[in-house]
Ligand binder design. Structure first.
Ligand code: GDP
Length: 314
């Protein structure tokens, strides 16, 4: 009997990368549900799904996600939806005997002023970044629930906290997206229109670390093979750059040759965010996709999706 894996959130950027990664694994039976088929915020529906489907393993890549602007504007939605989805799925998985649960969060769970590079132990040591506090609290709850179920019941429930992700199938909404897809769209439009300048939000000084989503999918597969995985582990590159430097790289990747203007009226968010990846490295995983290559590939994927009418913009 193949192992039955439920990938929650398979239509998102992360879930679809995991499905691509598992496409060649004929020892796995991957189970998915769209949001219309299964509302993860609905406890009764989630219980019913787990009771009838009985997966062996769950990869929890479902989340309400967005960039700095939507996170800061709709904190109630980000906190409520993400808390409910995590709590419903973790509890139902435990009750129906799921043998392994891998919960995916984000490095925004760490304090705003965490010492850099951020180690896993920085969790809950000082206040969170305000612009995404609701989302971060929900993800902390998911991580802690996995840790508590493992501690109290011996269930093999654990978590991975990826840094800022990018790659094929991202959300390219002009206001709601994260910085890489937001800038790819803006620079690409400007290059096509021969515009003189492109505006980048904030001061350009914040530093961020970016991981290609295919590297995360490889890390997920790796973590699922560990007999005694850490309760939670950072997944990143350990390398960061300023938003201004990132903008220059995206200008090059899209062929934009005009001026880059910073809009200081937009928020910067956390000043620096770079993870310490020694814990996952010590288990035998490391990233393989360089940012320059990943950006070139992502821009090509964006162009391909424009042509086929498949650009996600929500
Ligand atoms: P964060 O890591 O949670 O802050 O996620 P984001 O990807 O939304 O933003 C990262 C940084 O990029 C922040 O400092 C933003 O101000 C900056 N930034 C610059 N231009 C943009 C843009 O067009 N969209 C977004 N989302 N962020 C931008």
């Amino acid at each position: 009997m193949p192992q039955k894996i439920f990938v929650a959130g398979h239509r998102g950027m992360v879930g679809s990368a995991i499905l691509r990664r598992f496409a060649h694994r004929d020892d796995l039976q991957v189970v998915t549900r769209t949001r219309t088929e299964l509302d993860l915020c609905n406890q009764a529906a989630v219980n019913k799904f787990f009771e009838s489907e009985r997966p062996d393993t769950v990869i929890f890549a479902a989340a309400k996600v967005g960039g700095i602007h939507v996170n800061a504007t709709y904190p109630a939605d980000f906190a409520y939806d993400n808390t409910m989805m995590a709590a419903n799925a973790i509890h139902a998985a435990f009750q129906t005997g799921v043998s392994r649960f891998l919960f995916l969060g984000s490095t925004c769970i760490y304090p705003r002023m965490a010492p850099q590079p951020i180690q896993e132990d920085a969790l809950l040591t000082s206040p969170l970044e305000e612009t995404n506090e609701g989302y971060a609290l929900a993800k902390i709850m998911g991580l802690k629930l996995c840790q508590y179920y493992r501690q109290q019941h011996g269930a093999l429930f654990h978590s991975a906290m990826p840094t800022n992700l990018y790659g094929p199938g991202d959300n390219y909404h002009p206001d709601n997206s994260h910085v890489i897809p937001g800038l790819i769209r803006r620079f690409d439009d400007a290059a096509k229109e021969n515009a003189n300048s492109v505006t980048v939000w904030g001061s350009g000084k914040p530093r961020r670390e970016f991981l290609h989503v295919d590297d995360l999918a490889a890390a997920v597969e790796h973590l699922l093979q560990l007999e005694n995985p850490p309760d939670w582990v950072n997944v990143g590159t350990g390398v960061d750059l300023t938003i201004a430097d990132l903008a220059r790289k995206i200008a090059d990747a899209t062929g934009f040759e005009g001026q880059i203007v910073q809009d200081a009226s937009k928020p910067d968010g956390t000043p620096v965010k770079c993870t310490d990846i020694s814990r996952i490295r010590s288990t035998g995983w490391q990233p393989t996709i360089r940012l320059d290559d990943g950006l070139t590939q992502t821009v090509a994927d964006y162009h391909h999706r424009i042509q086929s009418g498949e650009v996600r913009s929500v």
